[in-house]
Design a protein around this ligand. Sequence first.
Ligand code: AMP
Ligand code: MG
Length: 493
Amino acid sequence: MTHSSKQNRPGAGWNFENSYARLPEAFYVRLNPVPVRTPKLVIFNVALAQFLGLNPDALKGDEGAAVFSGNRIPEGAEPLAQAYAGHQFSSFTMLGDGRAILLGEQVTPKGERFDIQYKGSGKTPFSRQGDGRAALGPMLREYIISEALHALDVPTTRSLAVVTTGEPVFRETALQGAILTRTAASHIRVGTFEYAAARGKPNDIRALADYTIRRHFPDLATNGNPYLALLGAVMKRQASLVARWLLVGFIHGVMNTDNMALCGETIDYGPCAFMDAYDPNTVFSSIDHNGRYAYSRQPQIAQWNLGRFAETLLPLIHEDPQKAVSMANEAILRFSDTFRHCWLAGMRAKLGLLNQEVDDGALVEDLLDCMHRHGADFTNTFRDLSSGSLPEASAFQSLDFKQWFERWRARLKRQPDSWEAARRLMHTRNPAVIPRNHRVEEALEAAVERADFKVMEKLLGILSQPYQDLPEQADYHLPPPQSAQPYRTFCGT
Ligand code: AMP
Ligand code: MG
């Protein structure tokens, strides 16, 4: 199989620019995806394609299969593998796109710019021992969870298409190979800066920082100290992002510095999952033995990762190393307050609170403690509260919960807004549906074992409107049936 490169059926709507490829050469290696045998387009995100300015009709069927497998390179793309490093579970490693290829940046009709990246597209110089490939299940899983987070208003990379390759990939057993096309505001990671810093080339770090500012924080270009301002701006986006994760019960699972994007989008869906019963120590990842990336540790880890980012910027922040350290420290120390502010604002909205009282934090924390003690479902508890009367679920029948409920009702009465206004707000912040783990597994099993994509399509449809509460979707609200085995997730490599 050879590339019939640079051919393009007219009208697909590709509009590539390749600004990343103008960075110093150290940041990437130019290469095409490795062609695959018999690509088949199994899922395609029509709404996202339209948003990107692509023509879905021109990208269906064989054309879509050829393009989204990497067998045909769209005109204007300059494929490359990005170089980066990362702290994985706190140890530093040189990494890079070992199984991904950045095609280029699609500029949308509105002038927004999105990376188009293939994941699972074959070996690159960064593949180390890996085969450069991905299995169908994990790629569909990323598709489902990233699209669900998007619908929940959480910034995230998105999923445009999945193709099967017609080639097996060998993990513990032989699995179907697949390629995910994902879009992102960019793939610049904390690890991209760490890579430049580890190579000890100050000009490269500066070029990358200037590029990041131009691409994501253009207002900072005229700042007196743009690099310190960059650190502060990235810190704010991470604080807001992690707060949003916590507000919907999401656990990323592998917050290594290579999996933290400076644009503030959730990136790299491996062992991530949503929590059912509220427990701040929840961990799903099979490799996270010490709970480093547990639900409630996510803010702390984001801050730790920001420390690694800050270290790479020190020479740019101030020529006096000690001054640079104290300026960077000050910026990072602000993370806790910024995070707390985002989280509390989100929690107030979840409880229908439209104004502020000093005890609101305690009110939220007491609710969470109560939920933890009674093993209450995170998503359903908040959604149930918006009914206004004491919900019927068993957790609500305990004395501590009833007392909390009265406190909350009294608090609602002290605000000028009506219950109706509070309820409306609650209904836009407390999803009725999240990608419940058993539902995700069910959809993946149908797709992978029986080539039946209908279960997944139905699930995606429901997840695309998570705040809607239709009676016929009631089954999708249910937590998983009690099982002896706790849910486990895997990195999916
Ligand atoms: P991740 O755990 O997905 O964040 O990946 C960590 C690193 O391993 C990145 O450099 C990936 O490109 C690389 N990697 C993961 N899976 C594979 C694979 N199957 N083949 C080659 N490289 C891989
Ligand atoms: Mg990664």
